[in-house]
Write a protein that binds this ligand. Structure first.
Ligand code: MN
Ligand code: MN
Length: 467
């Protein structure tokens, strides 16, 4: 057989992922760039789970979504939201079908790795006032030193008053800072393993250096400042949630502006794209639902994470107001549902190619990534999606101009990770991981491709819209 015939067979029968930039029209390319601008604006404002939940509710209220607590007479096309403690949100557009036939859901998470303050954070040493911290999520600790950090969060005072804090985002704000050792004195440090170069207890943020007087040192001066500015006393830190996040703004990356650098793209890239998708859904066949969960980075725990029943409770509330909820109706609604677990995956990094298996890894710019299973050590901890459901999603994407690829998180036994997919699957619903592939995931500044971001939006929209 001639080489040209072999090529022809390969082309006709073989699988090859395609480059999304090459396979879209000039018109669509413009949309890709436009969408990226909206995404960057969202990411500039949303750096914590609370800020993201608040922003989502602000946006959807303008688009006619009603708090489920106030909603009555739900009918096809009705739009509602469920606010779970200001940290996780469920949105729904009621479909024509009974909810018992199942909903079409997209679930992302809105928490990201960061550096939390300890409950009693403040101390002074060597003429500096500092905050002790406890990192949140899987971070390479050495990446979080010597970068500008903004402080975000809430403080609940003794009288119950809640104060919102954002310091370090405005150009004129000060930022906080975690030090590292200079190379000149780093001889011993540099001999250590990367996991020990910067320890958890070394992640102390510098917050001030001017003493109050000759007799009184720096810490009281900072306490005095905080009391003047926020009316807080030191004990108030014990009922606070304060998060240090990179004080970086999203930027285009590359001469061709094809990529985006931003903090917290895991997983706010999937949150934003699924938000945009559900906003454009009119009257779907099946009820369209977008879930924005908290605590994924620490195992989906707590009453705002997807291991809790908040999602089930939200569906029960919506079902009750649409067609009356009973236990069996709710079980059917959940079990008959289909979900895209919208989380990021790792993109192939040519500099670290040894961790990926080239034909089953995701690549930047090759579209939204579907991941049949996650997990580690022989798929442990994974929802291994059913072939029937993967086939259905694949057909849907192919028929609707969604450029997609497959991606496994690294080589077998190289490491691994999980998503919320397994918790949703416990209800009996079909679940498939589907999201954007990133470079430098969990770093203070993560990298995505604009065309993949756009394809994620397109994927979520067609999934919720069509059956
Ligand atoms: Mn994630
Ligand atoms: Mn993550």
């Amino acid at each position: 057989m001639e080489e040209k015939d072999l090529k022809e067979i390969e082309k006709r029968l073989g699988y090859k992922n395609v480059d999304a930039w090459i396979n879209i029209s000039e018109e669509e390319k413009e949309k890709v760039y436009e969408f990226a601008e909206d995404y960057k604006a969202f990411m500039t404002e949303c750096k914590t789970e609370r800020e993201t939940a608040e922003k989502i509710i602000e946006i959807v209220e303008k688009k006619g979504f009603i708090n489920i607590e106030k909603a009555t007479n739900l009918k096809p096309g009705s739009k509602v939201y469920y606010n779970n403690k200001g940290k996780s949100v469920v949105l729904a557009v009621i479909g024509k079908e009974s909810m018992q036939k199942g909903i079409k859901a997209v679930a992302s998470h809105i928490d990201s790795p960061r550096i939390d303050l300890k409950p009693n954070p403040m101390y002074e040493d060597g003429g500096l006032a500092l905050f002790k911290t406890h990192y949140y999520g899987g971070v390479k600790k050495y990446q979080w030193v010597t970068i500008p950090l903004a402080l975000h969060g809430v403080i609940v005072k003794a009288n119950g008053e809640k104060i919102n804090i954002v310091v370090g985002e405005d150009e004129n704000d000060p930022v906080l800072y975690i030090t590292d050792l200079l190379p000149h004195l780093g001889k011993d440090q540099m001999e250590k393993k990367a996991s020990e170069v910067v320890t958890g207890e070394a992640l102390n943020a510098v917050v001030g250096s001017i003493p109050l007087s000759e007799e009184v040192s720096v810490k009281p001066n900072i306490l005095k400042y905080l009391n003047g500015k926020y009316g807080i006393v030191e004990e108030d830190f014990l009922s606070a949630e304060l998060e240090l996040v990179p004080a970086y703004k999203p930027r285009d990356i590359g001469f061709d502006r094809s990529m985006i650098g931003a903090y917290g793209q895991d997983d706010r890239v999937c949150a934003y794209t699924s938000l945009r998708a559900i906003l454009e859904i009119d009257v779907p066949e099946r009820t369209a639902v977008a879930i924005f969960a908290d605590k994924e980075e620490i195992g989906s725990m707590g009453n705002t994470g997807l291991q809790s029943r908040f999602f089930e409770n939200a569906i029960a509330e919506i079902l009750e107001k649409y067609e009356g909820s009973t236990d069996i109706k709710l079980r059917r609604a959940l079990a008959n549902s289909e979900m895209l677990s919208a989380d990021v995956n790792a993109a192939f990094d040519p500099t670290y190619s040894e961790v990926s298996e080239k034909q089953n890894t995701a690549y930047l710019g090759k579209g939204v990534c579907i991941t049949k299973y996650t997990g580690a050590r022989g798929k442990a901890g994974s929802n291994d999606a059913n072939a029937e459901f993967v086939g259905k999603v694949r057909k849907l994407f192919n028929e609707n101009g969604v450029v997609w690829q497959t991606g496994e998180l690294g080589k077998v036994d190289m490491g691994g990770g999980g998503t919320v997919a397994q918790y949703a699957a416990n209800y009996g619903m079909e679940v498939l991981d589907c999201g954007v592939a990133l470079l430098s995931m969990h770093a203070p500044y993560e990298l995505s491709s604009k065309v993949d971001v756009y394809m994620a939006y397109k994927a979520y929209k067609v999934f919720m819209e069509k059956d």
